[in-house]
Design a binder for this molecule. Structure first.
Ligand code: IPE
Ligand code: IPE
Ligand code: MG
Length: 241
């Protein structure tokens, strides 16, 4: 990554990148492997790319690992994804907490076995004092999150307002994403961060998630930093045309 890009990230222009990690299945099919092998390769890529983002100074990283709709997949694929997730709780995800990254799981934990929930909560509480954050969206759906946040706000006796809903979102520990990257050529949100994406910039690439490299992340960052964000206002210093 070039120095100017790094400096602009360090200055806070890009605080939060979220990835929709898509294309594991297509990667496997192209390589003549099983879909589950695609997920295993994708999980390795997750570990590398998330670490890289923190290294280049992006403070908050979110990855979409399993959606509330992914339960519709064949039972064998769902259970392979659950096993992979469970093994990552003890290894790769724990390593993030050892590197002083706060780990937060976005999504409804209730369908998971108690032993898994215990590990998830343990990782969250062990790392809750760190400020660099890794949000792992697992059994996450944007609509479920908004309903959940409203229920929590009401249960706390709060009136529903934008601030109250935002306070009870799973992502309350992070600012809204500046950049949402989706791999594998799809151009949709698939129920990801519906609330938080209000002013996110989107970046799409045909690269399949398991093939995603640090250079591809650099490209997305450079593209993002070229954009002009208005947040509904107007540019106070417009160019000559
Ligand atoms: C993304 O890859 C991983 C998950 C949704 C769990 P896919 O499994 O959706 O890969 P494609 O879209 O079939 O290629
Ligand atoms: C989105 O990918 C969910 C994750 C990356 C975890 P999908 O592959 O499930 O999305 P759709 O079904 O193609 O929209
Ligand atoms: Mg997909």
């Amino acid at each position: 990554m070039d120095r100017e890009t790094k400096e602009r990230i360090a200055s806070g222009e890009l605080r939060h990148i979220a990835f929709i990690m898509d294309g594991n299945g297509r990667w496997a099919t192209r390589a003549g492997k099983s879909r589950n092998e695609g997920h295993r390769k994708g999980a390795k890529t997750f570990e590398e790319i998330a670490s890289y983002c923190h290294e280049i100074g992006v403070r908050h990283v979110t990855v979409y690992a399993f959606s509330t709709e992914n339960w519709r997949r064949p039972e064998s694929e769902v259970s392979a994804l659950m096993r992979l997730f469970s093994s990552y709780l003890d290894t790769a995800i724990r390593r993030f907490t050892e590197k002083k990254v706060r780990v937060v799981f976005l999504g409804d934990k209730t369908p998971f076995p108690p032993a898994i929930v215990k590990k998830m909560k343990r990782l969250e509480s062990d790392s809750s004092s760190y400020s660099d954050t890794l949000n792992i969206a697992f059994n996450y759906g944007g609509r479920e999150e908004i309903v959940h946040a409203c229920r929590e706000a009401l249960a706390a006796g709060e009136e529903i307002s934008e601030e109250a809903v935002a306070r009870h979102l799973y992502t309350a520990a992070s600012p809204d994403p500046d950049l949402i990257v989706r791999t594998a050529g799809e151009m949709r949100l698939s129920n990801f961060l519906l609330w938080q994406a209000a002013y996110a910039e989107f970046y799409y690439t045909d690269v399949l998630w398991p093939d995603m490299t640090f250079a591809d992340v650099d490209k997305a960052c450079v593209d993002f930093l070229r954009r002009k964000r208005n947040f509904g206002g107007i540019d106070p210093n417009p160019g000559p045309d």
